[in-house]
Design a protein around this ligand. Structure first.
Ligand code: 5GP
Ligand code: MG
Length: 192
């Protein structure tokens, strides 16, 4: 654990750290190599699902040497606090043309699978040359619809996590590590 992490003001809100800043950095470097090997010299159209995947995408792109085009899409939050309550919807769609392009979809976490199932269905209709998915975290045990990502950073247990792009009520995205929020902080009345 680095000093930066120990000194981070929001760190005391975590009951546990699941993935350290160092582990994230190391894994992202390897993911970049794996992605570069998969695509060879091809250009990649990266589609990042914001806000959650912002930090992961920014760091991962630095380790992908291929020519890259970047687009972002926004999905409506269909969660109430820490639980999924409905269907995800596309709020802000693609601005780049993805037809005949190699699309790499990036998200922060694969949980029930609903978000990525919906987004991949939408992108597939646009007839990309290929479509692969990369997620930093995967909670395999939580799947409600079948979905596997081609590139996965870490498998994690069924815990609600924050940090490194992932939020609780829009807080904690700036934490450099991934952690589990203390239970008593998961429902503060002032955030209701
Ligand atoms: P899915 O559609 O696979 O259930 O969920 C995907 C989205 O739900 C993620 O992109 C993320 O925004 C949110 N999500 C799922 N699990 C967690 C979690 O443990 N923590 C946070 N902060 N968001 C989560
Ligand atoms: Mg998300």
């Amino acid at each position: 654990m680095s000093n930066t992490l120990k000194l981070h003001p929001a760190h005391t809100d975590l009951e546990a750290i699941l993935v350290t800043e160092t582990a994230i950095k190391r894994r992202i470097k390897r993911l970049g190599t794996q992605i570069a090997e998969t695509y060879g010299d091809e250009e990649i159209t990266v589609v990042s699902i914001i806000n959650g995947a912002i930090l992961f995408t920014a760091d991962l792109l630095r380790f992908i040497p291929n020519p890259v085009r970047l687009d972002c899409i926004r999905i409506s939050s269909y969660r109430n606090e820490t639980k999924s309550i409905g269907k995800p919807q596309l709020l802000h769609s693609l601005t780049l043309d993805v037809t005949n392009r190699h699309v790499l979809l990036i998200d922060d976490i694969l949980d029930t699978g609903k978000t990525l199932a919906m987004v991949t269905k939408t992108i597939t209709k646009l007839k990309p040359a290929s479509l692969k998915t990369c997620v930093l975290l995967d909670k395999k045990g939580r799947r409600e619809v079948p979905f596997d990502a081609e590139f996965v950073g870490f498998q994690i247990p069924d815990k609600f996590v924050v940090g490194y792009g992932l939020d609780f009520a829009e807080r904690y995205r700036n934490l450099p590590c991934i952690g589990v929020l203390k239970p008593e902080l998961q429902n503060p009345p002032e955030w209701a």
